[in-house]
Design a protein around this ligand. Structure first.
Ligand code: SF4
Ligand code: SF4
Ligand code: SF4
Length: 266
C-alpha cells in the first residue's frame, strides 16, 4: 500500500482499490457510485484504479479487489483467478458473489440444456452448468452481503478494512432491526417473511417498506428454519412459499437441500 498521506506524523495507508463484475446486474457497484452525500469522503480513503462503471482508466496494480457477481462462464473462472493473483485482499461484493445470488436459481433445474433453450432460444451462449459463488473458485477474504449491498454498511466495512479495524457482521436476525424500527410484523398483515432466520444489518430494508424479507443476506447465526417453517404453516403459508424464498439468493442452500431432494423424489 502507498504511504503518501500522514496524520499527526503517522503515515496513512491509501490502498489501491479495484472493482470488477462477473455475472451480475451491476446493482451493487451502482449502490457505491450512487451514494453522493458521502462518496467524495469515502473515495478519499482509497485510490481507485479500476472501476468500469465510474472511470475509463484501467490498472492491474491494486491492493483490494471488490468482485461483484457469480461465476457462470469458463472465462470468468480465469478472470477471477487472475484478480485473486493480483489482489492482497479479495472482497465478495453482494449476494451473487457470496452465494450465487439470483443467478443460482437455475441450479435447481436438472436439465440445463432445457434452461438454456428457454432463456436464450435460438441464440445460445456459452455458460457452465452450475452457477457458483466466488468462494467455490478462489479464497475470499471478506464477504459483504445483500442484494443489493447496503451502501452505508459497505462504507463502514470498507473504512474499517482500510483503517485495519475489525469487521464484525451482525449475527442477529432481521427481526431485531425490524422491531427496533417499530414496524408491525408482516405476518400479522398476511405477508410471509424470512426475517426470523436472515442475517440482520440491512435495517430491515424490506419490512420497513411493507415487504417480507426474502433472505438476501443469508442465514443469521443459529438460524432456526424449522421454527420458521412452523410459523409459516401457522399463518397459512405453504411449504413452497417458504422454499421459494429460501432458495432465491443461495444463502440458505444448506437448509434447502433436503427440500430439493424431496421435490426430486430422491
Ligand atoms: S447481489 Fe443483487 S444487486 Fe448485486 S449484482 Fe447480484 S443481483 Fe445485482
Ligand atoms: S415483519 Fe419480518 S422481520 Fe419484521 S418482525 Fe415480522 S418476521 Fe420479523
Ligand atoms: S429485509 Fe431481507 S431481503 Fe430485504 S434487504 Fe434485508 S435481508 Fe435482504
Amino acid at each position: 500500500m502507498s504511504n503518501k498521506l500522514e496524520y499527526l506524523g503517522v503515515p496513512l495507508g491509501r490502498p489501491k482499490v479495484a472493482f470488477f463484475e462477473l455475472s451480475s446486474c451491476e446493482g451493487c457497484q451502482l449502490q457505491i457510485v450512487n451514494n453522493e452525500a458521502t462518496l467524495v469522503d469515502f473515495l478519499a480513503l482509497m485510490e481507485v484504479v479500476n472501476f468500469r462503471e465510474a472511470m475509463s482508466e484501467r490498472s492491474d496494480d491494486y491492493d483490494i479487489a471488490f468482485v461483484e457477481g457469480s461465476v457462470t462462464r469458463a472465462d470468468e473462472v480465469e478472470r477471477l483467478q487472475e484478480i485473486r493473483k493480483n489482489a492482497k485482499v479479495l472482497v465478495a461484493l453482494g449476494s451473487c458473489a457470496c452465494f450465487g445470488g439470483v443467478n443460482q436459481l437455475r441450479n435447481r433445474f436438472s436439465d440445463q440444456e432445457w434452461v438454456k433453450k428457454e432463456v436464450y432460444g435460438d441464440f445460445p451462449i456459452e455458460t457452465e452448468d452450475v452457477v457458483r459463488p466466488l468462494s467455490a473458485i478462489v479464497e475470499v477474504d471478506l464477504e459483504i452481503y445483500g442484494c443489493p449491498i447496503k451502501k452505508e454498511e459497505v462504507e463502514k466495512i470498507v473504512t474499517n478494512l482500510i483503517l485495519g479495524k475489525s469487521i464484525n457482521h451482525p449475527k442477529y436476525p432481521v427481526c431485531m432491526d425490524c422491531k427496533a424500527n417499530e414496524n408491525i410484523c408482516l405476518f400479522d398483515l398476511g405477508e410471509p417473511c424470512l426475517g426470523p432466520v436472515t442475517r440482520g444489518g440491512c435495517d430491515a430494508w424490506c419490512p420497513n417498506n411493507r415487504m417480507g424479507c426474502w433472505g438476501c443476506r443469508g442465514p443469521a447465526e443459529e438460524a432456526n428454519v424449522a421454527q420458521l417453517r412452523e410459523i409459516m404453516a401457522k399463518h397459512g403459508f405453504s411449504e413452497e412459499t417458504l422454499t421459494d424464498r429460501l432458495e432465491c439468493f443461495g444463502g440458505f442452500t444448506a437448509y434447502t437441500e433436503e427440500f430439493q431432494a424431496a421435490r426430486k423424489g430422491k
